[in-house]
Design a protein around this ligand. Structure first.
Ligand code: NAD
Ligand code: ZN
Length: 364
């Protein structure tokens, strides 16, 4: 069992990682919470079908009163009406201020349940049990919660850290290969940001092999969580270091938005974003060509990504439009080497256009 501590000014909590941990969640929570609190598990149908019974058995087996609530599956339901519907249901089930909510699912369930917990009766405790790679290595750590508005993603939200994050790599066995691989790009990102050993391992290991090798998978997840935990602990609200986590996300977000969030999974867009960042970094002489090629290769070796066919100009226009809503400059997180990144805000437009052209070329 691995324990990684996240420490922010008002709060310290652990992410606990172990294969098969879901079956021991009851004991884990008993030692943390006692058994007085009522537990309310929020999940989606595909996850409940695979893992709901096991979790509920573990909770009731440890002496908890636990109930399960479902929300509709998918990013489309990450919105205020879902939060409201769940809250109404919780009142009717008698959830009080001492209740503990448990998010069992991917990033969508985690964000919705975290946001719900931050505002229900002015705030109740939440436990995160992430069930996708993306949620295990990224979204369940750091306390960001939120929902989407029509105007954009994650525009409503709060910081609400969980009491504990329960990570069982075993639950990833039922995840589709595409989702698995997409989430793993966030781990590769962690490698480029600050963990060269993690990068090396991912560079050398095929996705198929990793899915079968729980020991390595556990190590990869723990490393990624550690990086995020360290960054969040030193910069909870994203003023400085936390921005490094946006590696690959500047162009990644623009690709997602330009294709109406239908063409790429988030991790896939970030993967292309990292290839672009490596290309840009080499073009502005921040990164040597060999390392830039290694990053591209590590992204592209694991199979085909959805192709980039968008116009480079449109991506640039989106970055410019975004910049008006930020501080007036486009920030790029660029690799300096594998394991070191830097924020750069004077990348010439022509270099950005060339980088997106390069993604189109690699797609053809
Ligand atoms: N809060 C943060 O810091 C943060 C960070 C990154 C991303 N996010 C958010 O995370 C969301 C994306 O999360 P995601 O990629 O996990 O998507 P998701 O939650 O929609 O899950 C993807 C799909 O996998 C299914 N699924 C989940 N676990 C499964 C399992 N074990 N077996 C079989 N199927 C399973 C889900 O039902 C869903 O269909 C986005 O809304 C994004 O904004 C939040
Ligand atoms: Zn991301």
């Amino acid at each position: 069992m691995k324990r990684i501590t996240i420490s922010v000014p008002a709060h310290t909590y652990d992410a606990v990682i172990e294969d098969g941990l879901i079956e021991h969640t009851g004991e884990l929570l008993r030692s943390l919470l006692g058994t007085q609190q009522k537990l309310f598990v929020v999940t989606v149908e595909p996850v409940r079908r695979k893992w709901g019974k096991k979790l509920m058995a573990a909770l009731t087996g440890a002496g908890f009163a636990a109930q399960i609530l479902e929300m509709e599956n998918g990013e489309h339901y990450k919105r205020m009406s879902t939060v409201e519907g769940l809250a109404e249901k919780l009142v009717s089930l008698g959830a009080e201020r001492s209740a503990v909510f448990i998010a069992l699912g991917g990033g969508v369930v985690g964000d919705v349940t975290g946001f719900l917990a931050s505002s229900y009766l002015r705030g109740v405790d939440v436990v995160q049990i992430p069930t996708t790679v993306l949620a295990q290595v990224d979204s369940s750590i750091g306390g960001k919660t939120g929902v989407n508005l029509h105007a954009g993603k994650n525009l409503m939200g709060s910081f609400h850290h969980p009491r504990v994050v329960v990570i069982d790599p075993g639950v990833l066995s039922t995840l589709s290969e595409r989702e698995f691989r997409s989430g793993l790009f966030e781990s590769l990102k962690a490698g480029v940001i600050g963990l060269p050993d993690l990068f090396d391992r991912l560079e050398k290991t095929s996705i198929k092999a990793l899915r079968k090798d729980v020991t390595t998978l556990e190590w990869v997840i723990a490393q990624s969580v550690k990086l995020k935990a360290d960054v969040v602990s030193s910069d909870e609200k994203e003023n400085g270091l936390r921005r490094f986590l946006n590696l690959g996300h500047t162009i990644g977000h623009a690709l997602e938005a330009e294709t109406s969030y239908k063409h790429f999974l988030h991790g896939e867009a970030v993967a292309w974003g990292m290839v672009a960042a490596a290309h840009i970094a080499a073009a502005v002489n921040k990164l040597d060509d060999f390392s830039a090629r290694r990053i591209s290769h590590a992204v592209l070796k694991s199979g085909e990504l959805p192709k980039v066919t968008v116009k480079s100009r449109n991506i640039l226009d989106r970055l410019q439009a975004d910049k008006k809503t930020r501080n007036g400059v486009v920030h790029f997180v660029l690799p300096r080497s594998i394991g070191k990144v830097e924020v750069v805000n004077d990348v010439p437009q022509s270099v950005v256009l060339q980088a997106v052209d390069e993604l189109r070329r690699l797609s053809s």
